[in-house]
Design a protein around this ligand. Structure first.
Ligand code: NAG
Ligand code: NAG
Ligand code: NAG
Ligand code: NAG
Ligand code: NAG
Ligand code: NAG
Ligand code: NAG
Ligand code: NAG
Ligand code: NAG
Length: 377
């Protein structure tokens, strides 16, 4: 099925009314231009809606505020003027230009890839297109769980946190070399589906060179047609609890020396959730602000890529979100499964040692809602 959109360069009509022409002629010319403009626009829109199943809503924003996500609109004060960051758009699609025939520009949503791996032959699946993606997230935001869900799809290879290894993000060239290998399907992990991958990617934490080299990375993503899946957590207080509870020492002690970044049994989850971290309330507000700012910056840096924004809480509450993700990646729909167990169930107050302290610190501030926001899985 061809899903291309052809745009002619001759969309623009230049009409130069002569000085001598009477008013009526000029009006007719104007009318003609308007009608033509509307005509071309409607044709173009029609082609877009037919040509792509992905919704094209470049500037549509969620009718919700950041605060619902635990991420509020943040004002970044420049010199004297403050500018407000936008709520991230849901499906922000970038038009990617593919060299077409001479004067015809050809667009695809999203671009289609047929990688030719050096290490194996795609054999029977050589004619299946492959989507490139990257999950952009922060530690303890449910990305591990999300990735196991994705990898339960027979055509998804999400290769984990490949940039946790310093060598691969030492400089831009090592980053690009790594990306090339991954997207050429020449990267092997337990998640690789080899021949029949229809979507290949990995997860990338904000503190793994992503923010540092954002310019070059955005350029790469847009040039090679890599789609971005933002995955963040609305309740940043819960994230903080998770970060503190998951420090290596804590894990080592509670699980008798075996460190795991994910937990697969309810006994282990119980052992871990028994530990209640104390939160330094002096630094709390500053830490929450810092997290928000980092997330907002990531949205800003990567806003020109084709992307989808997900929140952990939404995925937990509403499995239909996963359908949207598969649609976004143009994958056949399938039921996705994960064996991971959530560690911190129940209300937040059960998981923080100095709950009263924390409550007092946040109540009445812009973060007061984090105390209340709760959910079950
Ligand atoms: C900001 O305000 C200060 C004092 O009002 C002024 O001196 C300065 O030039 C302003 N800076 C800019 C970039 O407008
Ligand atoms: C594109 O240009 C080349 C050389 O200029 C020409 O041979 C070819 O026929 C053109 N293709 C189309 C579709 O116009
Ligand atoms: C892939 O197949 C081609 C021919 O179909 C063969 O020449 C090539 O050696 C194969 N490559 C690998 C890595 O198996
Ligand atoms: C980039 O990092 C890699 C791996 O650490 C190193 O081998 C390479 O020399 C570096 N390249 C540049 C241009 O610094
Ligand atoms: C998914 O994988 C199966 C088997 O591995 C393969 O038959 C199928 O063609 C793949 N689907 C896509 C869309 O690549
Ligand atoms: C760790 O070891 C202690 C005693 O050796 C035991 O009571 C506890 O259940 C163990 N914890 C886990 C998670 O296996
Ligand atoms: C909280 O952090 C501040 C600043 O680092 C420190 O001075 C203070 O002692 C800490 N409080 C607790 C209870 O650890
Ligand atoms: C991305 O964000 C920057 C900075 O806020 C803004 O200048 C730019 O217009 C945005 N780009 C898009 C495509 O929204
Ligand atoms: C916040 O403080 C107000 C009074 O100052 C109190 O009525 C309210 O219950 C407090 N909220 C929480 C969540 O503790």
């Amino acid at each position: 099925m061809a899903e291309y959109i052809y745009l002619s360069n001759k969309d623009t009509l230049i009409i130069k009314p002569s000085k001598k022409s009477p008013l009526l002629l000029r009006l007719i010319a104007l009318l003609f231009a308007v009608v033509c403009g509307v005509f071309f626009c409607s044709i173009r829109l029609k082609q877009m809606s037919i040509g792509s199943r992905i919704r094209f809503q470049p500037f549509q924003v969620l009718g919700r505020s950041y605060s619902e996500y635990g991420i509020k609109q943040i004002e970044i004060s420049g010199e004297n003027d403050t500018k407000q960051l936008e709520v991230p758009p849901v499906y922000h699609l970038t038009q990617i230009e593919v060299p077409g025939e001479n004067d015809t520009k050809q667009f695809e949503f999203p671009p289609v890839h047929y990688p030719k791996p050096q290490t194996f032959n795609r054999t029977e699946c050589a004619h299946n297109p492959v989507q490139y993606f990257a999950i952009i997230s922060m530690q303890r935001s449910g990305s591990g769980w999300f990735e196991t869900l994705l990898n339960s799809h027979m055509n998804v290879s999400s290769n984990g946190e490949i940039f946790s290894v310093m060598d691969r993000r030492q400089n831009v060239s090592s980053i690009i070399k790594t990306l090339d290998t991954v997207y050429n399907l020449d990267w092997f992990t337990s998640a690789s589906k080899n021949e029949c991958s229809a979507a290949v990617g990995f997860k990338w934490m904000l503190n793994q060179g992503l923010m540092q080299y954002h310019k070059e990375i955005v350029e790469y993503f847009n040039r090679r047609g890599v789609s971005v899946i933002f995955l963040f957590r609305r309740n940043l207080l819960r994230r903080l609890v998770s970060v503190l509870a998951n420090s290596y020492d804590r894990y080592a002690k509670l699980l008798n020396g075996t460190h795991k970044s994910h937990v697969h049994s309810h006994q282990e989850a119980e052992a871990l959730s028994r530990y209640k971290p104390a939160i330094n309330s002096t630094l709390l507000i500053a830490e929450l602000k810092e997290m928000e700012l980092t997330a907002a910056k990531a949205f800003e840096y990567f806003n020109s890529t084709r992307h989808i924004v997900l929140y952990y809480e939404d995925l937990v509450k509403n499995r239909k979100k996963l359908k949207e993700v598969l649609e976004f990646l143009r994958l056949p729909q399938m039921k996705l499964k994960s064996r991971q167990v959530k560690i911190h169930r129940g209300t937040l107050s059960e998981h923080i040692q100095n709950w009263n302290d924390v409550k007092k610190t946040l109540n009445g501030t812009e973060y007061g809602s984090l105390l209340l926001a709760d959910y079950r899985r």
